[in-house]
Write a protein that binds this ligand. Structure first.
Ligand code: ASP
Length: 455
C-alpha cells in the first residue's frame, strides 16, 4: 500500500502546523510519498511565501533589488525552524538558496519568475525532510529533476509531458519517506517551470497517478468539500463522496479546495482522492471516486464563477452560413483568447469568456474584427456576469431538475441571461448578472438541499 499525501500551504504556515503535518505523516506507514506546498498564510491578512517571492522577483525585474521581500520570505522559514526548536543553521542553506535565486539571471523574465516561485516549495520540502530526520525518521528530500518530473516549456502554466509518468514510477521504490516539493518541475532544456497557481495539488496528483497510489490524500484546511460556498450559504452541507466528473465541474466553477488540473492524472489512473483537514484529521473528509453511491439528491453541489463576460452577435440566417462559427472563433484565436462556452440561438451566438481574457483593448479589436469579417446585425460585449453551475451525476436519471432550478431563480427574482447544459448531463449552467449571483445560489441551495440559509 502506498499513499501519496499532499499538504497545502496553510498546513505548513507555522511551526505548530508543521509539527501536526509530521505527526500525520508518521501516523501511517503507508504515507511514503509526501508533497508539500510553500508556507501559506498564518492569518487572513498574511502573505503567502510564494507571493513574497513573486513580489521580490517583480522588484528585481523593475531594476530594484527585491531584498526586503526576499528577506521576509526567509524570515518565514526562520520562524518555523525556531518554533520547532531546530538549530538556527538549518535556515542558512534556505537563505542562501533564496538569495541566489533572487540574484540569478533575469534575461528571460518568465523563467526568472518561475525560478523564484519554485523556491517556496523547494525549500519547504528540504525543511520538512530535516524536521522528520531530527525526529529519527528516515525521510529524504527529492528534487523533481532527479525524479524525472518533465514538464512543457510553459513557465507559469506548464503541463506534464507523458514520458514523465514512466520516470516517476520508481519513486515508489525509494526507502523511507520521500518529501517532494510541489508546484514545479523541469522542462526538457533543464529549466525550472511551474504549474499554474495552486499547482502543488497537480504535483501530488501526478505522483499518485505515476506510482498508482492506493489513495491520493490532499490535506488542506477544511473538513470537506461543501455543497455550496460557505461565504454565501452558512453551514452548507458537507459532501462525503463525489465523482471525478462532479469535482471537475465544481472546481471549474470556483470550488477552490482542489485544483481543477489535478483531476486528470488521478482520473486516468483511477486513484481515489481523499480531501482531508490537517487540523482535524479524524474528520471524514471528502472522497473523489470514479463512481459513487447514489443518494436521493440528483444535485451534489452548487458553484458560482464570477468575472465572466460574453460577446453576443446576431445575424439573420446565421444558421445557413457555413463557417460562421469557425471564423468567429478564429478571431478569438488570433487574439490568443481562450473561450469557455458558446450557447447559440438560430440567428445568434454568445461566446462566454473570463473577463481577464478580454481586457478593453482586446475587446475593441475583437469587436472591430467581428464587424469586418462577419458583418453581424448586432454585436456587443456584456460584462459583470456570473456563471452558476448546478452539479450532480443524478441529473441524468431525474426528471424535473431544470424546472426546480429555474423556479429557484424565479423565487430569488434573478433573471437568467443564459442556460447551457452539456450533453453529459453532469451539470447545468446559468448565466446571471453578478448582482444576482448570491441570491440565486442561496435559492438553489434551499431548493436542492432543503436548507435554510443565513449568510
Ligand atoms: N505555492 C504555490 C501557490 O501559492 C502553489 C501551491 O500552494 O499549491 O500558488
Amino acid at each position: 500500500m502506498l499513499k501519496v499525501s499532499k499538504f497545502g500551504g496553510s498546513s505548513l504556515a507555522t511551526g505548530e502546523q508543521v509539527r501536526q503535518v509530521c505527526d500525520i505523516i508518521t501516523a501511517d506507514p503507508d504515507r511514503r510519498l509526501v508533497v508539500v506546498s510553500a508556507p501559506g498564510k498564518r492569518h487572513s491578512q498574511d502573505i503567502k511565501v510564494t507571493d513574497l517571492l513573486i513580489a521580490a522577483a517583480s522588484e528585481r525585474l523593475m531594476g530594484k533589488i527585491g531584498a526586503s521581500e526576499c528577506a521576509e520570505a526567509i524570515e518565514r522559514y526562520r520562524n518555523i525552524a525556531t518554533e520547532l526548536e531546530l538549530p538556527a543553521k538549518v535556515v542558512d542553506p534556505i537563505a542562501s538558496d533564496l538569495t541566489q535565486r533572487l540574484e540569478s539571471d533575469t534575461d528571460d523574465t518568465d523563467l526568472y519568475m518561475d525560478i523564484m516561485k519554485a523556491g517556496g516549495e523547494d525549500n519547504c520540502a528540504r525543511l520538512i525532510a530535516q524536521v522528520l530526520q531530527a525526529h529519527g525518521v528516515e525521510a529524504h528530500y527529492v528534487n523533481p529533476k532527479d525524479a524525472g518530473l518533465l514538464l512543457s516549456d510553459e513557465p507559469g502554466n506548464a503541463q506534464i509531458l507523458p514520458e514523465a509518468y514512466t520516470r516517476l514510477r520508481s519513486l515508489s521504490e525509494r526507502p523511507g519517506i520521500t518529501i517532494f516539493p510541489g508546484f514545479f518541475g523541469y522542462s526538457k532544456d533543464g529549466h525550472i517551470v511551474t504549474f499554474s497557481r495552486g499547482g502543488s495539488d497537480i504535483t501530488g496528483a501526478i505522483l499518485a497517478g505515476a506510482v498508482r497510489a492506493t489513495v491520493y490524500e490532499n490535506f488542506t484546511d477544511v473538513d470537506s468539500v461543501f455543497a455550496a460556498n460557505p461565504s454565501i450559504v452558512s453551514n452548507p452541507t458537507p459532501i462525503s463522496e463525489l465523482t471525478y466528473r462532479e469535482m471537475r465541474e465544481l472546481s471549474y466553477a470556483g470550488f477552490s479546495v482542489f485544483h481543477d488540473e489535478a483531476l486528470e492524472p488521478v482520473y486516468r489512473a483511477m486513484v481515489p482522492v481523499h480531501i482531508r483537514n490537517t487540523n482535524n484529521p479524524d474528520a471524514a473528509g471528502t472522497r473523489i471516486v470514479p463512481k459513487r453511491t447514489a443518494n436521493d439528491n440528483p444535485v451534489v453541489g452548487i458553484a458560482a464563477m464570477n468575472d465572466v463576460c460574453f460577446v453576443y452577435l446576431s445575424k439573420y440566417l446565421m444558421n445557413r452560413q457555413i463557417g460562421f462559427g469557425r471564423r468567429l472563433l478564429q478571431i478569438l484565436e488570433t487574439e490568443n483568447i481562450s473561450f469557455e462556452h458558446i450557447p447559440s440561438g438560430i440567428d445568434n451566438m454568445s461566446v462566454i469568456l473570463r473577463e481577464e481574457n478580454l481586457p478593453l483593448d482586446k475587446e475593441k479589436r475583437v469587436v472591430e474584427k467581428i464587424r469586418q469579417t462577419l458583418a453581424p446585425e448586432d454585436v456587443y460585449v456584456e460584462r459583470d456576469l456570473s456563471l452558476i453551475m448546478v452539479v450532480g451525476e443524478g441529473m441524468q436519471h431525474t426528471v424535473g431538475v431544470a424546472s426546480r432550478a429555474t423556479s429557484a431563480f424565479a423565487d430569488a427574482n434573478v433573471n437568467i441571461e443564459m442556460i447551457n447544459q452539456g450533453s453529459n448531463e453532469v451539470s447545468m449552467m446559468f448565466g446571471v448578472k453578478s448582482t444576482g449571483m448570491e441570491a440565486a445560489v442561496q435559492a438553489l441551495y434551499k431548493e436542492f438541499f432543503n436548507g435554510s440559509y443565513n449568510s
